[in-house]
Design a protein around this ligand. Structure first.
Ligand code: GYE
Length: 350
């Protein structure tokens, strides 16, 4: 533990009572049932650890964070982990060493990055999670990190399932392209989709959509193959090729993001099939390419997952610095795009 870090820890300890000063990091963490405080200042040095920059969703998210930091005059220490958990952990370490005031973390997967959250806490630096969560048995919101800001992924999956079940008249042979293994959107988008089709989906926040499935669900909607495409277009394409060769009667695709759906569309076209007719596709994100694919009749629908986090992220940081009570889960509202409205939203899409 270097000297700078122990200075921060002293600030924490004085808040908790001088008696904690001698405790080990592990015990100190247990003793501190709240995330480290954020000193009130006009300008901050803030870290933003981005997971990867391989798709328009990520580009839009980074731009939104950078634009907002600039607008508010904060210094942004930006890192990009290239899709590597090890690199992202090292990126957080480097932000700790640079003594940033707060870290915005978009964690690649739930378990490894939960450890990075704990390290930041030990160093006295509050963390706000953006767009993906960490494993809450390892790190807890409101205790080890301030909060999670992002979409309700279970609901996104359920909405995709509702659209597909309606469009296919309750009968389909489905290939599922999963997101990054161990990431919260991949796990929850799978759960929401499957629960809805099984008739067991319950809306946590009573968001009004999707409408409840009929009791017993949709037994004619069968997922015959499911594999990760790592949220990437190329990988989505090659994984889909393999799964479609093994399941040539598949007539529907559920992709956990637009990029993989676009990969599947390319694979279908290369195989001489007509996406949207031979195989119906639904996905999540609402990127410009996806909306264009809807307009072109190739993609059926996409559930929005809004990447423009900047304003909400910095507003939450300021509220935290002001000592306001922060919700541990801040949910972005998502829209829904299909043939009825894709054209209208094309211009504003990312
Ligand atoms: O859907 C995907 C991105 O974590 C919600 O990650 C995010 C997902 C988003 O790479 O396109």
């Amino acid at each position: 533990m270097d000297r700078m870090v122990s200075r921060r820890r002293l600030v924490q300890v004085s808040a908790a009572g001088a008696g904690v000063a001698a405790l080990s990091p592990m015990l100190l963490r247990t003793a501190m049932a709240a995330p480290p405080p954020l000193e009130k200042k006009d300008k901050y040095k803030v870290g933003f650890s981005q997971v990867e920059m391989n798709n328009p969703w990520r580009t839009a998210q980074t731009a939104s964070m950078q634009d907002e930091a600039k607008k508010l005059g904060h210094e942004l220490v930006y890192t990009e982990a290239g899709g590597s958990e090890a690199k992202q952990i090292a990126d957080v370490d480097s932000m700790i060493a640079q003594q940033v005031d707060l870290i915005f973390l978009a964690p690649r997967s739930e378990k490894p990055l939960a450890q990075a959250v704990l390290k930041a806490k030990d160093a006295g630096i509050p963390v706000i999670l953006l767009d993906r969560d960490v494993d809450q048995t390892i790190a807890k919101p409101g205790e080890d990190y301030v909060c999670f800001i992002g979409s309700n992924f279970i609901q996104e999956g359920a909405r995709a399932a509702e659209w597909l079940a309606q469009t296919m008249g309750g009968t389909a042979t489905i290939i599922e392209l999963e997101g990054t293994t161990g990431s919260s959107p991949a796990m929850d988008r799978q759960k929401g989709f499957r629960d809805f089709l099984a008739g067991t989906y319950v809306s946590e926040e009573n968001l009004g959509t999707p409408a409840p499935a009929p009791s017993g669900g949709f037994p004619g909607m069968q997922v015959v193959a499911s594999q990760t495409g790592d949220f990437a277009r190329d990988e989505g394409r090659t994984v889909f090729e393999t799964l479609y060769q093994a399941n040539p009667t598949a007539n529907a695709v559920y992709a956990h993001n637009d990029e993989m759906a676009l990969g599947a569309i390319a694979a279908l076209e290369a195989a001489g099939k007509v996406p949207g007719t031979d195989v119906v596709i639904v996905s999540i994100d609402g990127s410009r390419d996806a909306l264009q694919a809807i307009v072109d009749g190739k993609l059926g629908a996409t559930v929005e997952c809004n990447p423009r986090f900047g304003p909400k992220a910095f507003e939450t940081m300021m509220q935290y610095a002001n000592g306001e009570q922060i919700e541990t889960k801040i949910i972005n509202p998502d829209r829904f795009f299909d043939a009825t409205n894709a054209e209208e939203f094309l211009d504003e899409a990312y």
